[in-house]
Design a protein. Structure first.
Length: 149
């Protein structure tokens, strides 16, 4: 383990706790060289999950892709990164919670939207506008009306 800030190998563990959603352990670490703290996650490696895309092609699930979409939706919003990480863990818990080895990208998008709706309304609308590929203002307004009701 190396410090992501100074690349030192002198790292100590400050706190460890179990993370149920991802079947793993969250560790708060402290670099003894630069004094900065950072978080790492350890999780049990599972059988890869395959995502079925809209065009019916298949690819391996990537947390990074989900994370990128969520971060884009939350850009310049008052959402702490810790809340985003918790939400991503919860989303992954739901995705990997079933016994299925395949999941559609549509289902992943729906799960993300459910979680974003509870986290931040603007981030939800941003994500929905890209995910649902609104063609015009009226479909966008229909989605907003659903959200407001």
């Amino acid at each position: 383990m190396r410090c992501p800030f100074c690349n030192s190998e002198k790292i100590g563990v400050v706190d460890s706790r179990k993370v149920e959603d991802i079947n793993g352990i969250r560790r708060r670490r402290l670099c003894e060289a630069c004094g900065k703290r950072f978080t790492t996650y350890e999780k049990v490696e599972t059988i890869p999950l395959t995502v079925i895309k809209k065009d019916q092609t298949r690819e391996q699930y990537s947390r990074t892709k989900v994370q990128d979409g969520v971060l884009r939706a939350c850009y310049k919003r008052p959402v702490p990164i810790e809340k985003i990480e918790e939400m991503l863990d919860s989303i992954e818990g739901e995705i990997f919670g079933s016994d299925d080895k395949e999941i559609s990208s549509k289902r992943i998008g729906e799960i993300v939207m459910e979680h974003l709706q509870r986290l931040d309304a603007v981030a939800y609308v941003r994500f929905a506008s890209v995910y649902r590929d609104f063609k015009d203002v009226s479909t966008f307004m229909d989605e907003l009306k659903k959200f407001l009701n």
